[in-house]
Design a protein. Structure first.
Lengths: 114, 114
């Protein structure tokens, strides 16, 4: 079984600062994928970034980067230069084989302060 | 990327009635998934919609309550039957492309049951 743990129910960050959202996972699958999604108050799920378990380098997408530490089973999301529009819920998720469903963590609510 | 649309975007329904939610993807996909997000909670998988065969339901979800259809590779429906206030949630459709790692979500259907 797969499990995602997000231990930060809420986080605050000053505008233009960087913030790290924590995510640890547990799985017995030899190959897996890790995802981060943003959910604003509108409710839509916005895909941010993906990291494959065999990827040699940490994934980056614009201001988002994923700090993947396989031995520690962690996949933290780093948001650089925070903007007010980054205020939202952030979910870490994982799956095993491609085209299998995602398992989600409980989420972290990020608030960006001007 | 893929664009997933859902109809309706929101609805208010009476106890004991049923609502059918439609999900349309603009690309052919293999698996389509239905999730439920109860207020203030994370996403929980209801079922995997398989094309040409019955849906695969997760523990705690049954076909009589959440019948699912998937007549082709780009379309699926979820029905919430005999609704009660406990069914008030956001229902999200999700799918992954045939090639690539991303898994995309529809905008969700916000259901309120009175």
């Amino acid at each position: 079984a797969q499990k995602i743990t997000q231990t930060q129910p809420g986080m605050f960050v000053q505008e233009k600062e960087a913030v790290t959202l924590d995510c640890t996972y547990d799985t017995s699958d030899p190959s897996y994928g890790l995802f981060w999604y943003k959910q604003p108050s509108s409710g839509e799920m916005i895909f941010l970034i993906y990291q494959g378990s065999y990827d040699q380098q940490n994934a980056t997408e614009g201001r988002y980067s994923l700090n993947f530490q396989k031995a520690r089973k962690s996949a933290n999301l780093v948001i650089s230069a925070s903007q007010l529009g980054d205020s939202a819920m952030y979910f870490c998720a994982m799956r095993g084989l491609s085209n299998t469903p995602l398992v989600f963590g409980k989420g972290t609510r990020l608030s960006v302060i001007a | 990327s893929a664009v997933i649309s859902q109809k309706p975007s929101r609805d208010i329904c009476q106890r004991g009635t049923s609502l059918t939610i439609q999900c349309q993807v603009d690309s052919q996909v293999t698996m389509m998934f239905w999730y439920r997000q109860q207020p203030g909670q994370s996403l929980t998988l209801i079922a995997t919609a398989n094309q040409g065969s019955e849906a695969t339901y997760e523990s705690g979800f049954v076909i009589d309550k959440f019948p699912i259809s998937r007549p082709n590779l780009t379309f699926s429906t979820l029905t919430v039957s005999n609704m009660s206030p406990e069914d008030s949630s956001i229902y999200l459709c999700s799918a992954g492309l045939l090639v690539g790692n991303e898994q995309f979500f529809g905008p969700g259907t916000r259901l309120t049951v009175l």
